[in-house]
Design a protein around this ligand. Structure first.
Ligand code: NAD
Length: 408
């Protein structure tokens, strides 16, 4: 297997730091890899087996933190890359967390709600000794949501005692935080506006294309729409839609709630996901799965800016092409970091048993995001490197400093 994207991007930053090969290796490899078989009964009485994973990458800065995804393509290599990405994201934001990622290789669309509950609870029962509010804290990701998180809290608390802090992204009425659901998308909109303003551009004359219309894609679209941007194309797993004069996002959200997809919306033109990525626009926002920008798609994109709302959308070869084409890329570890930041606020509230208002959440979020954004821009300017290299440089330095102080 070749080097995964996260390791490749880490390597680029590490080359700028004067550290030994073995120390670099200790930053790249995961702290612990958990693989477990999940056996449970379907509603029809049939016994099934799925593979569940939790990759705990690094805990130099605190308990490990990361999402849990349910998808047929889930595998150990990809999760390891995503777990590493979490280490760098929490570090970049200055959060007291390390990085982790988990997943179950399954197609959740074929499972009923009670089957999903049994799947989730069986998985948590298997890994309960290795997770917890001061060990490893889970969160929603692709195809998991606040309901999944409530099941995790219930199963973990059953043996360990009441522990809402084992998981974030819970329902607001069940120890969740105000503002968590929309946080990632809102953060994407905040950094998009900041990046454009560096070039004296404003959102109200900006054409935006978004791939993915789940939690992150839909909230990103809504926030940018409210700030006056024109969202000209969006897509989901079933296909895409294009409307030259801009899509009415609140109406689209109603259409999705009713039909389950963005396709066949009003008078929009139907497009494929490949066409969507090549649509002429100012800002392109991948907000679905990773590995979207390979050599081919990176050459066909027709935009000035890419904001990585998804985790790991750009492959190393895509990144090189964007650099050569002068396309500015705001990396995932900065662009989608509002999700984990509000997750941090949720964990803080759970531990302190004290609830914040939405205003408190938004104001603290702005402080964290602005600080990380300014930091990345300053380092990119002073080191004459890409935003991605700057982001990795900052975050790797912090983890390194802590690891060395803790003693290896
Ligand atoms: P989600 O399951 O809510 O939504 C995923 C969306 O992508 C859906 O609209 C789905 O139809 C679409 N999709 C799936 N496969 C596709 C394909 N092949 N082509 C086009 N569209 C496809 O998931 P989410 O939570 O919105 O996560 C999206 C991305 O954002 C992931 O990369 C995730 O890791 C990342 N992320 C999520 C959060 C969060 O808070 N939820 C935070 C940071 C990063």
């Amino acid at each position: 297997m070749g080097m995964d994207a996260t390791t490749y991007f880490m390597q680029r930053a590490i080359e700028r730091l004067n550290i030994s090969e073995n120390l670099a290796k200790s930053l790249k490899l995961p702290h612990r890899v958990i693989k477990t078989e999940i056996t449970f009964l379907l509603d029809n009485g049939k016994l099934v087996n799925y593979n569940g994973y939790r990759i705990q990458h690094n805990n130099a800065l605190g308990p490990m933190k990361g999402g849990l995804r349910y998808h047929p393509t889930v595998n150990e290599d990809e999760l390891t890359s995503l777990a590493s990405l979490m280490t760098w994201k929490t570090s970049l934001l200055g959060l007291p967390f390390g990085g982790a990622k988990g997943g179950i290789s399954c197609d959740p669309t074929t499972l009923s709600s009670s089957e999903l509950e049994r799947l989730t609870k069986t998985f948590i029962d298997k890994i309960k000794d290795l997770i917890g509010p001061s060990k490893d804290i889970l969160a929603p990701d692709v195809n998991t949501n606040s309901q999944t998180m409530a099941w995790i809290m219930a199963e973990y608390s059953k043996t360990v005692g009441f522990s809402p802090g084992v998981v974030t992204g819970k329902p607001v009425f069940l120890y969740g935080s105000e503002g968590r659901e929309a946080a990632t998308g809102n953060g994407v909109a905040i950094v998009t506006e900041k990046l454009l303003s560096l070039d004296k551009k404003q959102l109200n004359d900006t054409r935006i294309v978004i791939q993915g219309f789940g939690n992150v894609g839909s909230h990103t679209a809504q926030a940018l729409y409210e700030k006056g941007a024109k969202i000209i194309a969006v897509s989901d797993v079933k296909g895409g839609i294009f409307q030259k004069n801009g899509i009415d996002i609140p109406a689209l959200k109603k259409h999705v709630a009713k039909t389950g997809s963005v396709i066949h919306f009003q008078t929009s033109d139907a497009i494929t996901n490949a066409q969507l990525l090549a649509t002429e626009c100012d800002v392109l926002i991948p907000a679905a799965l990773g590995n979207v920008f390979d050599k081919e798609s990176a050459n066909t994109v027709n935009c000035q800016y890419i904001i990585e709302a998804a985790n790991g959308p750009t492959l190393p070869e895509g990144d090189e092409i964007f650099k050569n084409r002068g396309i500015k890329v705001l990396p995932d570890i900065l662009a989608n970091s509002a999700g984990v930041t509000v997750s941090y606020f949720e964990w803080v509230q759970n531990i302190q048993k004290f609830k914040w208002t939405l205003e408190q959440v938004q104001s603290q979020l702005n402080t964290f995001i602005t600080k990380a954004f300014d930091n990345v821009i300053n380092i990119a300017n002073s080191q004459k490197c890409s935003y991605r290299e700057a982001a990795f440089l900052i975050s790797i330095k912090r983890v390194l400093e802590s690891s060395q102080a803790l003693g290896l």
